[in-house]
Design a protein around this ligand. Sequence first.
Ligand code: UN1
Length: 513
Amino acid sequence: FGIHDALKTLGVQNINEGTSTGSNQFSHNDDGVVIESFSPVDGQLIGKVKTTSQADFDVVMQTATTAFKTWRTMPAPQRGEIVRQFGDKLREKKEALGKLVSYEMGKSYQEGLGEVQEMIDICDFAVGLSRQLHGLTMHSERPGHRMYEQYHALGVVGIISAFNFPVAVWAWNTALAWICGDVCVWKPSEKTPLCGIACQNIAAEVFAKNNLPEGISCLINGDYKVGEFMTKDKRIPLISATGSTRMGKIVAQEVAGRLGKTLLELGGNNAIIVTPDADIKMTVIGAVFGAVGTCGQRCTSTRRLIIHEDIYDKVKTAIVDAYKQLRIGNPLDENNHVGPLIDTDAVNMYNSALEKVVEEGGEIIVEGGVLSGVGFESGCYVKPAIAEAKPNFKIVQHETFAPVLYLLKYSGDVENAIDIQNEVAQGLSSAIMTNNLREAERFLSVQGSDCGIANVNIGTSGAEIGGAFGGEKDTGGGRESGSDAWKVYMRRQTNTINYTTELPLSQGIKFEL
Ligand code: UN1
């Protein structure tokens, strides 16, 4: 079952229409801009996608807005049944989609499958949730009155996603938005447009089979200019955007300018604190997977290890030894741990980070470098590197989307490590390795980690879908996926009903006529 079979199973062509309202696929882009998707695995052209023009986008918005009127009236558990079918289709196509993710994005096939599993998991979660879109009831201060709140569908949800999780992040948003009664318009990353085509085909098949209107799931393609069609459009009450902090700030300001809502999922600079009471074996697995998994291109990737001076040398030796075992190569070959970076721009950023850390006085202890020769023709394969650094180095404060791990030393109490961990602009994921209850609880307390995710004896990446996912500060503050993240996809309405023949005013105000 090779990549060509996978593309066939997923309905991905050599040339694809980049705009879709479901079974209706089109592009009327006069300037003829086409995205070419090259695989970072072998540098081959996989396929082309036509981009979306303003006129195409207007058709999408018309169709989506019309679809919303029908979709929102369908009982939520029935919408859940559609999402259940969508989850089943994903189960059927798991291998094919996992393979395409691996080939177009470059993560290992195992991680590609893991990403599709996250989609399946969120569908299951959403199906159950479709019977639990609860509001509260309150006691009114007035006699013969009843008060409660209810959640209604919001409208068209715009989704902007990144290359690193080219399919799962869309599903986190759509599975919830759909059961909430919303319709979705998705702009996938221009670096992974074929994953977008494949997902949209799967969704379209399910909606068509159930005779549901065009437009519940829509796809648009292009660069940030196509994203701007959405951020500027008043008909989109919520934009959910995943990507860099730079992008998030632009999106947030644009959408806030028209008082729309945003759900932002931006950069991380995630650290693991390793205390004298840490289990070294667990630390090594957590840190190495966190730093090199997805070639260091998860927003949850481990970028910093903050190690106590008493065990510093021991941990350093264990991690450096583990790096010697890493096999770098074609991610579709399950013997390899680390695949390529997304493109040569990413390789340049990786190189520049390694130069900068040395310029600032750091020391490289596991050499990096770009691989060349047979199997590395794409020019995107790099060696995961480790540098000893200081917490305040500019480059350490910066999120480099590549497998570069910084070792930082702390002394004294765990408070000192927590200070280092919090002294960055980002606040996504964090972890502590310790068997000491006091240290663990301190880390989880209000004086502890300032991140949206804080783990004990687990690395920084690989969050489960059942929890709310997201972070604070430059990470953007949004929460998606599990827990009560669904609420952002709905509008809350407070209802007060008077079943008496009097009209008493609240706060005891007298108003006699
Ligand atoms: C991301 O990198 O954008 O926690 C999402 C994790 C994955 C999701 C990462 N479940 O690593």
